[in-house]
Design a protein around this ligand. Sequence first.
Ligand code: R5P
Length: 293
Amino acid sequence: MKIVSGPASIPLAEAVSAQTGYPNVPVVSKVFPDGESYIRIDGDIKGDEVAIIQTTCPPMQDGKLFQLTFLADSARRAGATKVTAVVPYLAYARQDKIFLSGEGIGVETIARMFKAAGVDEFLTVNLHSETSLKQFPMPAKTVSAIPLIADYFVKKGYKGAYALSPDKGAMYIAQQAQAILGGDAGHLNKTRDRYTGQTVQTAEGLNVKGQTVIILDDIISTGGTIVGAAKILRENGAKHVFCGCVHGLLIGDAEKRILDAGVEEIVGTDSVPGAISKVSLAPLLSQTLKGAK
Ligand code: R5P
């Protein structure tokens, strides 16, 4: 297998290459004056299986999706025998059902686009809804980075911390963290108005008084969910509050709002490269790609 470094994930792809021993193949990319993307695989992949690593986080997630799609097509034309798209953060993953009539299902459209371009297999990390994968037209898998994030907090001395999911549907995330942290786990409840997007968070029987609590979620976008959860935790007497997320999009002033809400540290992964991406996905992706061979 060879690792093709998508322009949005070059350091991560190089780390996966180093950890797996699979050769790294660079990519040349540029944007034409009219805004169109140019991309070229700069190495020989004829007769090889390739894994293209390219995250599709903001900003410009549509451009990153197109780069990945073009890379898959280029790989096929260059003679790759199998193309695996490794997409640490998959844009449009939250558009996973028809919420209001007249909508499409963005994540399924993206998957069909990948298939048409030549993607044989798909791998992502903490996809918002695992059930979306059933509609993908190729073998598709999501792996969880939550144990790596929980391990980060254990190494910082927070063994025994309470793992909190801000939403009942994400309780599995708190449970995965609990298995590493060794403390209690629980969840808040969150409901969303589908027209305004406004959410309401509530707590039932939450016992966090005097505890160190780590709020864990798959995605932080505007930060509203974490800010709301931190407020509830403070009202319920939590002593210290931290936050771990897989995909820290941190749109606008989300980071400041979360810190202002009393969260002591925000930890994310390099699915979204940036200041909070303190946990690398390289070991998880390397192990998964090695297992797939
Ligand atoms: C939603 O169900 C996700 O798991 C996240 O909780 C959500 O996307 C976070 O969005 P925001 O940061 O805008 O509250």
